[in-house]
Ligand binder design. Structure first.
Ligand code: CO
Length: 219
């Protein structure tokens, strides 16, 4: 008779069956909860489209760092400041980079010679577009007291390479006249410049020197 009534034959079996009826669903719920919780784990594929993960995957394999280009590009960014700032872009105090554009302005009001250099390299760049014969520029260095005397000697017949100036002891240094896009470099013996002396740089293109000029400081 009792054989047909089911597997539970003793009170003990009944107790186990009742306990199992409670515990099994609870264990299943706990396991399901852990499974869903694991979906939030970063290692899981369903988490692959978070911002962090996407950025991680598209991150560049390398990067390019740009540094200021030595010549006019760096100097141009320092507009009409003193020469110390312009030369700061150039680590070597014995190399001076200056430029001028079609607006008839040098990119600095001041250039600085370090008297310990002996020889200083001056790189001058015309960053404009005008040709040399229409809007050329150069760099001429004179003692400030000789400024008027030197500019009175400007003569276009002397040619662009001479800076339209004769070879004259009052002209302490000069470059040729250059046009837009051109660049010129001269070496200047700075030992002939007196510390604390009053020197001026200018462009000797006719008519330019009234505004294209600045101070040369000797340190
Ligand atoms: Co000029």
């Amino acid at each position: 008779m009792s054989d047909t009534e089911g597997p539970i034959k003793t009170p003990k079996q009944l107790l186990y069956a009742v306990l199992a009826a409670f515990l099994v669903p609870i264990v299943i719920i706990v396991l399901l909860t852990q499974y869903v919780g694991n979906l939030k784990n970063p290692s899981n594929a369903s988490d692959a489209y978070t911002e962090e993960k996407v950025l991680e995957r598209i991150a560049p394999i390398g990067s390019i760092r740009t540094e200021p280009v030595k010549v006019a590009a760096a100097a141009d960014q320092v507009s009409l400041s003193d020469g110390a700032d312009v030369q700061k872009a150039n680590a070597d105090p014995c190399i001076i980079d200056i430029s001028a554009a079609d607006n008839m302005m040098f990119n600095t009001n001041t250039i600085r010679f370090d008297s310990t250099c002996g020889e200083t390299t001056l790189n001058f760049k015309h960053t404009g577009k005008l040709p040399a014969n229409a809007g050329g520029h150069n760099v001429v260095i004179v003692e400030s007291q000789n400024f008027d005397s030197v500019v009175s000697k400007i003569d276009m017949k002397l040619g662009e390479d001479s800076g339209y100036l004769p070879n004259d002891p009052q002209v302490l240094a000069k470059t040729g006249i250059i046009g837009g896009g051109q660049q010129i470099t001269i070496k200047i013996n700075t030992s002939k410049f007196k510390k604390g002396g009053d020197y001026t740089f200018l462009c000797s293109f006719p008519g330019h020197y009234s505004i294209m000029k600045g101070k040369v400081l000797i340190s």
